[in-house]
Design a protein around this ligand. Sequence first.
Ligand SMILES: Cc1ncc(COP(=O)(O)O)c(C=O)c1O
Length: 404
Amino acid sequence: MSIDVAAVRSHFPALSQGVAYFDGPGGTQTPTEVADAIAAAMVSGISNHGTVTAAERRAEEAIAAGRTAIADLLGCPADGVVFTRSATQAAYDVSRALSKQWERGDEVVVSRLDHDANVRPWVQAAEAAGATVRWIEFDRETAELTVEHVAAQLSVRTRLVAVTGASNLLGTRPDIPAVAETVHQAPGALLYVDGVHLTPHAPVDVTDLGADFYACSPYKFFGPHHGTVVADPTLWERLHPDKLLPSADTVPERFELGTLPYELLAGTAAAVDFIADLAPGDATDRRQRVLASMRAVEEHEEQLFARLLDGLSAIDGVVLHGSPKRRTPTALFSVTGHTGQQVYEHLAGLDVNAPASSFYAIEASRWIGLGDEGAVRAGLAPYTSADDVERLVAGVAELAGAAR
Ligand SMILES: Cc1ncc(COP(=O)(O)O)c(C=O)c1O
């Protein structure tokens, strides 16, 4: 089954404004169903969660529905789903809990490809614990990060490897199952996968990936602004975060600080339902419908992305950064004679939203010679149309032509 883009678009009120949104990697637009679910939760008569009043039970139900939805999205147990403020906070929280068990001389491995949310929390936790930080490099030309790049940084002292499922800057999708196999050859090494940019573009199965921890952010896949990190409950049981005395000491609750945003969890459950409905085929249970839909999303985005790359690479003066074989539909490019900011502003004037930045993947941007400014990023989403792509390509061509 394939994606019916016109039907998908009809669910997004924002798309009727005539803007072509290529900034999905920074956060997608929101379908009515998700906004309605958030509003409905807020006015439903909802209290702090508990079991006595109906209002308390509604909060309990929102939490349970949120966990089940993420479990169906990622293929993990619902009681291994932890909700956080953001993916950034998830990495900080997990790094602080894990680093209580690190010793001087232990090694923590981070990558040059990653968003800083999966770098700095580990670097800072390692420094506080006296552990050594080792850096996974990647190919500056192709933007490929291979198993060999990872293996080069592993040792018997490796405690944690943090690597992205997909680069939000260059689109690279490292071979995570192969990375996991290599990481797990080091005794006691855990793998933390940043799935923020992968989850919106591919079917995800955390067990198949071999990730010990997998983080993502619903606002990158039609949901509201919060984060989540999943792990096997038996792994969570081994960790003891700082927490308040009266708050639950159970798993996964002990990792969730303060009152959960019940309405956002209702929105996230609606976002997963929305994904399940995108192109479910004959499947009946939600996990299978999500997988079928995400396979269709991946195929659709691949085809449209090929048109985008063809269009951009045919323009004199356009430089495309990186050419990884397995990638998300995310292009990073510069236009000779113009700063990224100028391209971004020119496109914005045409109602084409494609920002320029390093997008917090600051190590990656510096590593490939783009400094802290980065370049222009155009990312596709399931609601991106062929017309959007043509408008982007035409807008870039207009500017590049004017430069000559
Ligand atoms: C790959 C990647 N990791 C992490 C993050 C941070 O996510 P959050 O805003 O939920 O902290 C982002 C946000 O852009 C991202 O793209």
